[in-house]
Design a protein around this ligand. Structure first.
Ligand SMILES: Nc1ncnc2c1ncn2[C@@H]1O[C@H](COP(=O)(O)OP(=O)(O)OP(=O)(O)O)[C@@H](O)[C@H]1O
Length: 264
């Protein structure tokens, strides 16, 4: 089966500095691939290259078999229905002066009738567990966790195939993180979505991803099924990452906390 996203021998430079070198990875339909590495390893740069936000100096990016490496602005816009992104800081990814309703409707096709837009925004807010009334309020009136749910709603409006989550739960408290991860897992099952899940946190990857790609200084040092890589890491860098993040699965941890509360 042809991968949904196929990245081959990617190289990205910032001036003379090599940010990504010979990076290859693929994401199949319905699959979640975790991209992990320390700060500065090139994770965000890879996400940006897929979104066309940084120029690629070598290599290819294909979506559904079609090369998208050097698309023009117009073709890129047409693609936005198929790839969407959720960033780490929801407060900076919303315009504080636009209502949540306006923000979520932003990704709907132009010319969508008003009533239909209102209904679709409401239904999507319902789906991510946010009250429909939120549509009339402003980003500053929400907690980080609620706003991240709203960011997910906005990203899902055009019914994308691939969602790039760039440290999407990293800024949230552990228990909120667990709820958002569960929501993402449910949405994937419902919609057959694929995720490229960018994070420094192996515990998060372990919970959600099928495969993991470990990036170090712009190069892939290890990749494979998430259980294999976490249980028998081959590369010393992966072992160091695992040793530095002995944090248990955030979802399991939240469940245990709830059980303790119920017993208390
Ligand atoms: N706009 C830019 N101009 C110059 N260098 C950049 C730019 N953006 C990133 N870099 C450099 O490219 C390398 C990879 O950065 P990138 O942000 O992709 O890493 P990252 O793994 O996502 O790190 P973090 O988790 O801290 O965001 C780093 O050395 C960084 O300093």
């Amino acid at each position: 089966m042809r991968p949904l996203l196929d990245i081959a021998n990617l190289e990205v430079r910032y001036g003379d500095a090599l940010a990504l070198s010979d990076v290859s990875l693929s994401v199949r339909s319905g699959q979640t691939v975790g991209l992990v590495g320390e700060s500065g390893s090139g994770k965000t740069t890879l996400g940006k290259a897929v979104l066309g936000l940084v120029p690629v100096s070598q290599g290819e990016i294909r979506l559904d078999g079609k090369e998208i490496t050097d698309l023009g602005v117009k073709e890129r816009r047409a693609l936005s229905g198929r790839i969407q992104v959720v960033f780490q800081n929801p407060y900076s990814s919303f315009n504080p002066r636009r209502t949540i309703g306006q923000a979520v409707a932003e990704t709907l096709p132009k010319g969508t009738p008003r009533d239909e837009a209102r209904e679709r925004v409401g239904a999507m807010l319902d789906r991510v567990g946010v009250d429909r009334d939120a549509a009339h309020r402003y980003p500053g009136q929400f907690s980080g966790g609620q706003l991240q749910r709203i960011a997910i709603a906005r990203a899902l409006m055009p019914d994308p195939r691939l969602l790039i989550c760039d440290e999407a739960v990293s800024a949230l408290d552990l228990s909120v993180q667990a709820h958002v991860l569960n929501l993402l897992a449910d949405l994937r099952a419902e919609r057959g979505l694929s995720y490229l899940f960018i994070t420094h946190d192996l515990a998060v990857v372990r919970h959600l991803a099928d495969r993991v790609v470990v990036l170090r200084r712009g190069e892939v040092v290890e990749s494979g099924r998430v259980d294999d890589v976490c249980e028998t890491p081959r590369h010393p860098y992966t072992r160091a990452l695992l040793a530095a993040a002995p944090v248990p699965d955030p979802v399991a941890q939240a469940r245990r906390r709830a059980e303790r509360r119920a017993l208390a």
